[in-house]
Design a protein around this ligand. Structure first.
Ligand code: I3P
Length: 128
């Protein structure tokens, strides 16, 4: 295990650029507003940042820019959701609090990596 795996700094699992829209807040449907988002999977959270052009995986550090929003993955559900958009490669993340997000990439391999990585975190949290 890495030096900090039992410390208080959560491990960064993945970071990258995805298209994102929130489609529900507390179970209440929202109007879609797709925008590119810098997405960081760190610890039990998926964290969204604006201004993706100023970010790269190697330069991102916790605390060096303010997140737009953050999603607790404990109890969350992730499913493919190509029926919910005219875009391809879409998946839907639903939190326990009833917030729903669509995540999308034009690159199939990229969204599949994200899907698998987020799924693994959700499954790990389910077993805790
Ligand atoms: C929406 C916009 C979205 C589209 C959505 C539209 O229109 O075109 O991109 O979602 O489709 O309603 P507006 O800009 O007027 O809000 P997708 O790109 O995911 O298809 P929807 O209503 O069928 O979800």
């Amino acid at each position: 295990s890495s030096p900090d795996s039992e410390g208080c700094t959560p491990e960064l699992e993945k970071a990258g650029l995805l298209n994102k829209t929130k489609i529900a807040e507390g179970g209440r449907k929202l109007r879609k507003n797709w925008s590119p988002s810098w997405v960081v999977l760190v610890g039990n959270s998926l964290v969204f940042f604006k201004d993706p052009k100023s970010q790269t995986p190697s330069s991102w550090k916790p605390g060096n820019s303010r997140p737009e929003s953050s999603v607790d993955l404990r109890g969350a559900q992730l499913n493919w959701a190509n029926d919910l958009s005219s875009k391809k490669n879409v998946c839907k993340l639903r939190t326990v609090t009833g917030n729903e997000f669509l995540l999308q990439s034009e690159t199939e391999s990229l969204i599949k990596e994200w899907y698998n990585t987020i799924k693994n975190v959700i499954d790990r949290l389910d077993r805790e």
